[in-house]
Ligand binder design. Structure first.
Ligand SMILES: C[S@@+](CC[C@H](N)C(=O)[O-])C[C@H]1O[C@@H](n2cnc3c(N)ncnc32)[C@H](O)[C@@H]1O
Length: 278
């Protein structure tokens, strides 16, 4: 299916206000984290309470445009000196007698990992930004909070599933229904693509990988008939994932016109070159 991609230049709060209620199936986004990231247009340094209040405003619009069985995958990271931000934001979104959202799942997006094999080797894979510190270890993960209106949205657990290591489990457990696929769980190792030139290959300070959004599309499980929204489009990683997944539509907003131009270039290249895998 050819994805209908709509890119809007401007503030997502105002932009989402123009969208009809209840039409979006899936929201995957990574807002600014208020950690002083050097974006082109947005100033990423607000007073903490003002930042949370702003997040509650745009999140309320996200909720309004979501269908009742929609999923909202919210990617948030932290920095070692500011480790509580993801949790403070999550609490604000889910707090009170009438919370905006219910936290249905918490995923750990693992960017880099080292695994000791049974043979005694250590395999290290993925990419991370090294931290030069005596106090803090390298930060190799971010959160992806899965928020829904009801807490009861059905997912396609096996849509993002993995084969069994021990094939005897397939016949041993009735719930497998004979299929060599199990739920992957909530630790997602999704590395960034290796790039040669930062300003040319990833001209934005805070992107997520296409594979992260594709995983959300798969686990959401509505197939081609998925309307995806990313209110903080950046350079269009979610748009690319929508196109690669062949879903029906994508809507993105960003306040920076240059990032939207990069999005258009990436989408053009996508149609000219074979899809990369992550
Ligand atoms: C963390 S980045 C998103 C990156 C994106 N996930 C990607 O992979 O390219 C956050 C983006 O939000 C944009 N932004 C900040 N405030 C905004 C607003 N009020 N409305 C729309 N976009 C905004 C910034 O310009 C920035 O590109």
């Amino acid at each position: 299916m050819t994805t209908n991609v709509e890119l809007h230049h401007g503030d997502c709060l105002q932009g989402m206000g123009q969208l009809p209620a209840g039409q979006v199936d899936l929201v995957v986004t990574s807002p600014p984290y208020n950690l002083g990231i050097d974006y082109n247009t947005y100033r990423d340094t607000s007073e903490r309470q003002a930042f949370i209040a702003w997040c509650l405003e745009w999140a309320a619009e996200v909720k309004r445009v979501m269908a009742d069985d929609a999923s909202f995958f919210l990617n948030v990271g932290a920095v070692p000196k500011n480790p509580l931000l993801p949790h403070q934001l999550l609490l604000a979104l889910t707090d009170g007698d009438d919370p905006l959202f219910i936290l249905q799942n918490t995923f750990h997006w693992v960017k880099s990992i080292s695994v000791e094999t049974r043979g005694g080797d250590t395999i290290s894979t993925g990419h991370f930004k090294p931290i030069n510190s005596k106090r803090y270890v390298n930060d190799c993960h971010e959160y992806v909070f899965h928020l829904t209106k009801s807490g009861e949205v059905t997912l396609d657990r096996k849509g993002a599933g993995v084969p069994y290591v021990h094939k005897s489990n397939i016949s041993r457990w009735g719930h497998t229904e004979g299929e060599d696929k199990r739920c992957r769980g909530n630790t997602w190792f999704i590395p960034y693509d290796t790039i040669k030139n930062r300003s040319r290959d990833r001209p934005h300070p805070a992107t997520f990988p296409v594979g992260l959004v594709q995983q959300c599309i798969r686990i959401h499980g509505k197939g081609e008939n998925t309307h995806l929204l990313d209110p903080f489009n950046g350079i269009g990683t979610s748009a690319l994932a929508a196109v690669r997944s062949g879903i029906i539509s994508y809507t993105g907003f960003d306040i920076d016109a240059d990032y939207l131009d990069v999005t258009r270039e990436r989408l053009r290249a996508e149609h000219e070159e074979p899809a990369e895998t992550t």
